[in-house]
Design a protein around this ligand. Structure first.
Ligand code: SAM
Length: 273
């Protein structure tokens, strides 16, 4: 396994067996499930997932790792490698039966993600959420804090709102830098994201499109210390904000996700009027 870790691919390979086991136990895959690992690297998680899952697809960008993965796992019938960029990959395409074009079971996504692309990757995965059963990811601890953040905290922002609108987000445990080779400068954490189904949706107004919600959240947080009245002034007047029962003098970070959804619906109605 003569491969030198590359910074540009965000390569920090897991080597701590206790951490690997905790991740595998958290996922608890079974033989009738379809797993997808993003960035398998040299296969630290893959070697467990390939025997636990019914089907395992892996997506790895670094072509120098492909022969290593092929040699280790190529004989498993349930294993397929995609040497491509996860940011451009259509996860929905994995859910189709190539012979009948019938939809198959949803995907369980897993990965010790490359930290340099984690935010755009999460947004890309949210675009594919319809085919996802759940996701278990290792990320920089700060990113996990943003994913799970509640209103009135520093970490709460557009990423928290979008992710929690679509998923339940739960931090499972912290992983220290020493678990990786090379060791990153920051702490990491494991997060579990479980898409909300219609029946269990906690948001009263669940009809806002993620694109519009993202647009409003981005504008509302444009300058964190400014009020909604200021940040939204070219999009939604103070009067429209008040009609949602929201004081335009508040800051974005104080709003719940339901309040963001109300603002988004108000914006859509305003556009359609
Ligand atoms: N899973 C391995 C482990 O835990 O040891 C490796 C994790 S390492 C943090 C991230 C992996 O993602 C690397 O193997 C890297 O080459 C791969 N990677 C980086 N950018 C990628 C991308 N855009 N699409 C797919 N894989 C990518």
């Amino acid at each position: 396994m003569n491969h030198k870790a590359r910074k540009r691919f965000g390569q920090n390979f897991l080597h701590d067996p206790n951490v690997i086991e905790r991740i595998i136990v958290s996922i608890s895959a079974s033989h009738n499930e379809h797993l997808v690992e993003i960035g398998p690297g040299k296969g630290a998680l893959t070697e467990h997932l390939v025997t636990d899952a019914g089907k395992l697809d892996v997506i790895e960008l670094d072509r120098d790792l492909i022969p290593i993965l092929q040699e280790r796992f190529g004989t498993y019938e349930q294993f397929t490698i995609y040497n491509t960029d996860a940011l451009k990959f259509s996860f929905a395409s994995l859910c189709r039966d190539e012979f009948s074009d019938l939809k198959m079971d949803k995907l369980r996504l897993v990965g010790n993600l490359p930290y340099n692309i984690s935010t755009p990757l999460i947004f890309h995965l949210l675009d594919n959420i319809a085919v996802v059963q759940d996701m278990h990811f290792m990320l920089q601890k700060e990113v996990v804090e943003r994913l799970t953040a509640q209103p009135n905290t520093k970490a709460y922002g557009r990423l928290s709102i979008l992710v929690q609108y679509l998923c339940h987000a739960e931090q499972l445990f912290i992983v220290p830098p020493g678990a990786f080779n090379p060791a990153p400068k920051v702490e990491s954490a494991i997060v579990r994201l479980t898409p909300k189904t219609h029946g269990q949706d906690e948001h009263k107004l669940c009809n806002a499109s993620p694109e519009n919600l993202s647009f409003i959240a981005k504008a509302a947080f444009a300058q964190r210390r400014k009020t909604l009245r200021n940040n939204l002034k070219t999009i939604l007047s103070a009067q429209y904000i008040e009609q949602c029962g929201i004081d335009p003098g508040r800051r974005a970070e104080t709003l719940t996700i339901n309040e963001f959804v109300s603002l988004t619906n108000q914006y859509v109605q305003f556009l359609e009027a």
